[in-house]
Design a protein around this ligand. Structure first.
Ligand code: MN
Length: 510
């Protein structure tokens, strides 16, 4: 390790922080030396200017950030050298670690001293004169050492007079974004005083933001011209998580508690670094072949994952009025150092054709298109659109036809959809069952047996055994017939998270 990096390593615990280790300094790459400016929301927001020299990144913390106006002399406090790998670091330094908070790559590029090759000699002498070739910062700059302040050496950073100077433009206000990811929203460390004050029950946080936002079924043609982002359409349980100072609640869309059923997820949620947060996402499981599978969720200890796509509440603030793009950036920060079964929901880009092609290639159900600028509003909304590769529908199960050979088990399920206060018959489903499932469904449906058909338009099946609508099934099918029946339906599984009267016929808008 370069001698200058010992201080860097001494201040950090690499088991806890995602910052790069200073293992061995890499050989300089060809070309001009690099520079980077990190925007770092630590105890105080500041900008870290780093210039590559002597096999490391010489670093200065600039509280107000650089100014394009040569008259502004900005305080720059010398800090420890950072390893070259640090130039690409963007993320969150965890609570309790040195420099805790978010850090973005605010600018980067190359630089040269004037005259060239003099960086370390100029640093020693206390006056660096250099030209930046960045995405935001360009032209000549100066760093001039003034005097030691409380053990730290302070310098002044200021712009040289040239074409890149400007008295009008406030570069840090006009360009807050990361040049690496485009991210703008940034979050400081969690304050001890906030933690002490937090006493809200996690379920109360969910009540604050209820109900969840739902997507409307659509097609690529029905979408309109808004700027959309495309997410993986997960095939699992929708779940909202409330976190209050390490206490957690995890609930389905119907308000059922899921934390006992998915203990690994609940445990991982408790480690999230936020005083208060509400997450929205989908719990999924994988089958033996590693494919996302709704059926695998029904097994006792599935390989479970919580794919989080939204952040509705953070540390006392209701985020639902903020645009989706901002909520997603803050979510990235909240999940930055959380591992295990919790992950950020995956995106499939911002173009419909390639998103659906990617979904098809990977065997997914489809994609959810979301208006990037939209607010979070409860209920079914057109800012979120469900694009499916295959038609599927949730149905209320209202009875069955027994197997024709006299063996125990259902031969076909009788399906219904809910329509203005009544159930309408939607067809029979004869495929998609194992023998064990046929027998299990028969036992469960017999418990709910009723004599009169629970649908307003019962078909004339002499063998039909009707039941109270309690079970919900998911079916895949080719299309709706003109009289409102499912054509070629196949059973995909039971939906324990849905109620029968939620099974309304889904129609694509557009
Ligand atoms: Mn810093």
């Amino acid at each position: 390790m370069a001698r200058s990096l010992e201080t860097y390593a001494g201040k950090r615990r690499f088991a806890a922080t995602p910052e790069p280790k200073a293992e061995k300094s890499r050989q300089r790459t060809a070309g001009l030396p690099r520079f980077v400016v990190h925007k770092h929301d630590a105890t105080r927001l500041h900008y870290d200017l780093r210039l590559e020299m002597d096999g490391a990144l010489a670093s200065w913390a600039v509280p107000k950030g650089p100014s394009l106006n040569p008259a502004d002399r900005r305080l720059a406090v010398e800090t420890e050298d950072h390893p070259l790998e640090y130039a690409d670091f963007e993320g969150r330094i965890p609570e309790g670690e040195y420099g805790a908070g978010d850090s973005l790559v605010w600018d980067r590029g190359t630089y040269e001293t004037d005259p060239p090759g003099q960086a370390s000699r100029m640093r020693e002498k206390g006056h660096l004169s250099f030209v930046l070739h960045g995405q935001k910062l360009n032209g000549r700059w100066h760093l001039v050492r003034t005097r030691p302040r409380g053990g730290k050496t302070s310098w002044l950073l200021f712009k040289g007079e040239d074409d890149a100077a400007s008295k009008e433009h406030d570069i840090v206000a006009e360009h807050p974004e990361s040049v690496k990811t485009g991210r703008r929203a940034i979050r400081g460390p969690v304050r001890v005083s906030q933690r002490r004050e937090a006493h809200v029950e996690p379920v109360q946080l969910l009540i604050n933001v209820w109900p969840p936002m739902l997507a409307t079924l659509s097609t690529p043609h029905g979408m309109g011209a808004k700027p959309y982002v495309f997410e993986v359409k997960y095939d699992g349980f929708r779940a909202l998580a409330g976190i209050s100072n390490g206490r957690v609640t995890l609930q389905s869309r119907a308000g059922l508690d899921l934390s006992r059923r998915f203990p690994k997820i609940a445990k991982a949620l408790a480690s999230i670094e936020a005083v208060e947060a509400v997450l929205d996402g989908e719990i999924i499981a994988f089958d033996a072949r590693g494919r996302q599978s709704f059926e695998a969720l029904q097994t006792s200890q599935p390989d479970q994952r919580y794919c989080v796509f939204d952040l509705l509440w953070l540390d006392g603030e209701d985020l639902r009025e903020r645009p989706l793009s901002e909520r997603r950036e803050l979510l990235t920060s909240v999940l930055a150092n959380v591992g295990g079964p919790i992950e950020l929901a995956e995106r499939l880009g911002d173009e419909v054709k390639s998103a659906l092609a990617a979904a098809k290639k990977r065997g997914l159900e489809g994609s959810i298109a979301k208006d990037a600028g939209s607010k979070y509003r409860g209920g079914r909304r057109r800012e979120w659109l469900k694009l499916k590769l295959h038609a599927s529908q949730e149905v209320a199960i209202v009875g069955y036809l027994p197997l024709k050979n006299g063996e125990p088990g259902v031969g076909a399920l009788l399906a219904a959809v809910y329509d203005e206060g009544r159930y309408r018959f939607a067809g029979k489903i004869g495929t998609g069952f194992t023998n064990a499932l046929r027998r299990q469904l028969q036992r469960e449906l017999d418990k709910e047996h009723v004599d009169a058909p629970p649908v307003v338009d019962p078909p004339r099946y002499r063998e039909a055994r009707w039941s109270e609508p309690r079970l919900v099934g998911e079916v895949e099918f080719s299309e709706w017939t003109r009289d409102g029946k499912l054509r070629q339906p196949a059973f995909k599984g039971l939906r324990g998270d849905k109620k029968p009267d939620e099974c309304v016929r889904e129609r694509a808008v557009g």
